[in-house]
Design a binder for this molecule. Structure first.
Ligand SMILES: Nc1ncnc2c1ncn2[C@@H]1O[C@H](COP(=O)(O)OP(=O)(O)OP(=O)(O)O)[C@@H](O)[C@H]1O
Length: 253
């Protein structure tokens, strides 16, 4: 068996929606244990890129490998590959009629076929990890946005993923709730979780990411350590984007 060198490997990825080419030849890798933050203006293709890694979108061409499994190979075990990838969205997507505990147990029970006691134990363990175990009997509507997002993170972690994708996990939150979610994400990073994070949180990207990828117009413009891409960008497009996000008087990103 060939050794798996990357948690994620993307080669010449293109994605069209009709005539609109949203991804125009993306190449990059994420190694196991790395945190890679993807930044860039609205509409640059960041979410579409993540959705191609999670099979929510089918690439038009190119390759997406997760732990060496080619998701574009019709013979690949796609269910198994999908289970290796956890995803946290901007919206928490919790079932409103289920308690927090049930929300974190349901996929474990249905997809992984875990028994009730085991699923509950793992759910509680992960709710403790994100600091909301005391809310296990509550319904999502009884929780703050930050607590709901932490439940969504616990739900993804309970599936024992090799890789976590985060798509602007704090952008739907009131500013005072953002910190708690970022703290959980920092902890996961410190524990060695492989993470691909689309974010507008530049401080998080600067402090936590092993690499920052700047996307614009469906291409990767810069890919490197945060101190380079955010601290000393080489390209005019990156500089202009960062001027806009780092200057609060600009809101057009
Ligand atoms: N399912 C779809 N059908 C048609 N067009 C789509 C679809 N999904 C995304 N697009 C278009 O693809 C482009 C890139 O969208 P995407 O959401 O990937 O960008 P983004 O960089 O994540 O933006 P944002 O920061 O605003 O979330 C946009 O022009 C969007 O309208």
């Amino acid at each position: 068996m060939t050794p798996v060198s990357h948690a994620v490997e993307i080669r010449d990825l293109h994605k069209h929606f009709g005539k609109l080419e949203v991804l125009k030849g993306i190449d990059f890798t994420v190694d196991a244990g790395q945190v890679v933050c993807v930044i860039g203006p609205s509409g640059s293709g960041k979410s579409t890129l993540l959705r191609c890694v999670n099979l929510l979108e089918q690439p038009t061409s190119g390759k997406v490998l997760v732990e060496g499994v080619d998701l574009t190979d019709p013979d690949a075990d796609l269910d198994a590959a999908r289970r290796r990838v956890g995803m946290v969205f901007q919206q928490f997507n919790l079932f409103p009629h289920m308690t927090v505990l049930e929300n974190v147990m349901i996929a474990q029970r249905r997809v992984l076929k875990r028994g009730r006691a085991e699923a509950e134990r793992i759910a509680v363990e992960n709710l403790e990890k994100v600091g909301v175990a005391d809310k296990r009997g509550s319904y999502p509507a009884q929780l703050s946005g930050g607590q709901q997002q932490r439940v969504a993170i616990a739900r993804a972690l309970a599936m024992n993923p090799a890789l976590m994708l985060f798509d602007e996990p704090t952008s739907a939150l009131d500013p005072e709730l953002v910190g708690d979610v970022l703290t959980v994400m920092r902890k996961l990073a410190e524990e060695g979780m492989t993470m691909l994070v689309v974010t507008h949180e530049m401080a998080f990207a600067r402090d936590v990411a092993d690499r920052v990828v700047f996307m614009d117009g469906g291409v990767i413009v810069e890919d490197g350590p945060a101190e380079q891409v955010i601290g000393a960008p080489r390209h005019e497009r990156t500089k202009s984007f960062l001027r806009r996000v780092l200057d609060p008087t600009h809101t057009d990103v």
